[in-house]
Design a protein around this ligand. Structure first.
Ligand code: SF4
Length: 376
């Protein structure tokens, strides 16, 4: 049965990931010959990390593993002040590739803690971003992973509470937790702006809108990428089976079946409600939504697409739901290192491009472009 592949737009790299990858890329070029260390995976994608390893970058999980006086890059997820202090103690030159939208949440944590608020930080306790944000105000912060955590919180004054969130949560799941917090603490304060970032929101909105018309959803991304995993969950909630794959080698032929024929299998994000039992004309092509988490390179998406069309044949189209034009600048330390070497940072804009359907090769079939209905 042929495929109808719908490429979700937006998908893949966000502005923060493009900036972080570009920082390491430019550091390798500008600091030619000097060892580059990166604290934690620069972004949560095994291919991105592997490609930098192949170019000589060393990834560490402890600042103690960076030789004194070396150069270290902090990953897009951000670090706690304690990590920055440890880096200073080892006389490291650190380049902070933290996404500015994560830095914004750090600033909120610092400000509210100074004002005497207790902070309820909604997110995944062991995620690097939550560790970094909580580290800004450790005595004032408690992490909330689910409504089940609420009875165990230690609240001093229910009128002096604020919640903040991880940037890459499912907007649906976060709302459930926030509603539960509001029910428990009616005077809890909300952050001044949305903490879940534009890229997370847009990628989820696209899946939420397109997945119901599809037989399955494939998300390109790594298992430790929070926003990638959330995309599979959003698809499942929309009633469509979804699978997370690192690259084309993860494809399984048995997944490519009409939605009504799917029986839940181990490892599959299972539909919780929705349209899984709707009848489908037997001769219909199988409709597959292909998207990617914010840390997944577009060449991997194109590789999945080529493999699908080579195995099954069919058509491919892009579906434009939201256009994004967010761009972040190069961190100040990298600019200084450039100037020290006679390089004008103004000539070095972020070079990692957003997905470009004219640049990648998706398969030997014409690609059509259509707009979504604007509901998201
Ligand atoms: S997913 Fe959002 S917060 Fe994370 S790096 Fe991308 S833009 Fe920044």
């Amino acid at each position: 049965m042929p495929l109808r592949v719908i490429l979700s737009n937006p998908r893949g790299f966000c502005a923060g990931v493009r900036m972080a990858i570009d920082v390491v890329d430019q550091a390798l070029e500008v600091l030619e010959g000097q060892p580059i260390y990166v604290y934690h995976e620069i972004v949560h994608n095994k291919h991105v990390v592997g490609r930098f390893r192949d170019r000589g970058v060393t990834f560490v999980e402890s600042i103690d593993d960076v030789p004194e006086g070396s150069i270290v890059v902090f990953s897009a997820h951000g670090v706690s002040p304690q990590v920055r202090q440890e880096a200073d103690q080892r006389r490291l030159t650190w380049i902070d590739a933290t996404c500015p939208l994560v830095t914004k949440v750090h600033a909120e944590a610092i400000r509210y803690a100074r004002q005497g608020y207790q902070i309820l930080l909604v997110g995944h306790r062991n995620h690097q971003e939550i560790i970094g944000t909580a580290g800004e105000a450790p005595d004032a912060t408690q992490v909330v992973e689910s409504p089940d955590d609420i009875p165990n919180l230690h609240i001093v004054d229910p009128d002096r509470l604020v919640y903040l969130t991880q940037t890459t949560l499912s907007t649906d799941d976060a709302q459930v937790i926030i509603d539960a917090l509001r029910a428990a603490f009616p005077n809890i304060k909300a952050p001044p702006g949305e903490d879940i970032c534009y890229a997370t929101t847009n990628r989820q909105a696209a899946v939420r809108q397109i997945a119901p018309e599809c037989d399955l959803v494939l998300v390109v991304g790594s298992g430790n990428s929070s926003n990638s995993v959330r995309l599979t969950e959003i698809a499942a909630t929309a009633g469509t089976p979804a699978y997370l794959i690192d690259d084309a080698s993860g494809l399984r032929d048995e997944w490519i079946v009409p939605k009504r024929a799917v029986a839940p299998t181990r490892g599959m994000a299972v539909a919780r409600h929705g349209h899984a039992d709707q009848p489908q004309a037997p001769e219909s092509p199988i409709t597959l939504l292909l998207t990617a988490g914010a840390s997944a390179p577009e060449d991997l998406v194109a590789g999945v697409c080529r493999e699908l069309l080579a195995r099954f044949g069919g058509t491919i189209e892009t579906r434009d739901i939201v256009e994004e034009d967010v761009e972040f600048g190069i961190p100040a330390t990298l600019k200084r290192l450039m100037r020290d070497r006679g390089i004008d940072p103004a000539d070095r804009r972020i070079r990692v491009a957003p997905p470009d359907v004219t640049r990648e090769t998706y398969g030997a079939v014409p690609l059509t472009i259509s707009a979504g209905d604007g509901r998201h």
